[in-house]
Design a protein around this ligand. Structure first.
Ligand SMILES: Cc1cc2nc3c(=O)[nH]c(=O)nc-3n(C[C@H](O)[C@H](O)[C@H](O)COP(=O)(O)OP(=O)(O)OC[C@H]3O[C@@H](n4cnc5c(N)ncnc54)[C@H](O)[C@@H]3O)c2cc1C
Length: 286
């Protein structure tokens, strides 16, 4: 399967330029996780910016720093762009202190997208661990409009029920023909769904391995487990795509912080085919 070329964008020709944006809304998602809808201040960025599902932006707070955050909104809905963020450090903590109408800066988009078009006509199984679903939401929105006969299945796992991301959107996704399955490591008194791992959901899924593409995002160990389980079911490694998360700073393959063997995750990833990275995924701490 050929990975799609990077999409044209008005902002990446000058990847160092940070564009001012305004927070239009903030939505609480799961504990410690919020979705920020942003609107560009400059009319040229508003009309010119485009991204593909799976790409990320560097969100910049002057005086604090930058963080790589996936674009989590629908690529075909251009008025605002969304980022779903867990507060874990300098930039993401500072984001939680901002309010609607406050400003932050966007550099991007960067990185390789999910191969949504290349998967045309095939079944797409989206496997997400926790916040990993943020990088896949844009692909889910695009696939919710597919008319190519392929099925879209979402397998989402979280530690606990309150950690299931975008839960209020599952009914809409299902109404659009997407098969949504959830699982948690540990249920609570109200939980009547599955308890276990996303790999268990994958094991139970009827699939045609020759016509299935996997989009997977989550912790490395979970992604390797999913990739190996999919391959054991007969899905070829070239049709298994993982989105990697590594510390990064420049986002343009200069600083080397996100180097992963011969790849720079910021430029050659974050979405990479498993056949290209399987051996690297087994190198501890790479
Ligand atoms: C392609 C890509 C997409 C991503 N998409 C998202 C997304 O959609 N949503 C999201 O929430 N995150 C996403 N991330 C992860 C996000 O970029 C990181 O969590 C980032 O580090 C957050 O920046 P920060 O400044 O808030 O945290 P940092 O200050 O960088 O801290 C991050 C972590 O490192 C630890 N840390 C910081 N400094 C040190 C130190 N000196 N020694 C040891 N530990 C330290 C912190 O305790 C914390 O656990 C993505 C990452 C990548 C690469």
């Amino acid at each position: 399967m050929t990975m799609p070329p990077r999409p044209p964008s008005a902002t990446t020709p000058d990847p160092w330029r940070a564009h001012a944006s305004r927070i239009v809304s903030i939505r609480d998602e799961t504990p410690g996780v919020k979705t920020y809808e942003l609107e560009f201040e400059e009319a040229s960025a508003r009309t010119g910016y485009s991204f593909a599902a799976g790409q990320f932006n560097m969100l910049y707070l002057p005086g604090i720093g930058e963080a790589a955050i996936s674009v989590s909104s629908d690529p075909d809905r251009r008025e605002t762009i969304a980022h779903t963020v867990r507060a874990v450090g300098n930039v993401t903590d500072a984001l939680t202190r901002l309010a609607v109408h406050d400003h932050l800066f966007i550099r991007g988009p960067f990185g390789t997208p999910w191969p949504v078009t290349a998967a045309g006509g095939r079944d797409v199984v989206i496997v997400a661990g926790g916040l990993g679903l943020a990088s896949q939401r844009a692909a889910i929105e695009q696939l919710s409009r597919r008319a190519d006969g392929g099925q879209t299945i979402v397998l989402h796992g979280a530690k606990r029920p309150e950690g299931l991301l975008y839960a209020s959107e599952y009914d809409r996704w299902r109404a659009a023909g997407i098969d949504v399955h959830t699982v948690v490591d540990e249920g609570d008194a109200a939980w009547t769904g599955r308890v276990g791992l996303v790999t268990h959901l994958l094991a139970d899924l009827p699939l045609d391995p020759s016509a299935t593409t996997i989009f997977c995002c989550g912790p490395d160990a979970m992604m390797v487990g999913v990739a190996e389980a999919a391959m054991a079911r007969g899905v070829s490694a070239e049709h298994v795509c993982l989105s990697l998360e590594r510390n990064m700073a420049c986002a343009v393959a200069h600083c080397g912080l996100c180097q992963f063997g011969p790849h720079f995750v910021c430029r050659d990833g974050p979405v990479l085919r498993y056949d290209r990275i399987a051996s690297l995924m087994r190198v501890p701490q790479l």
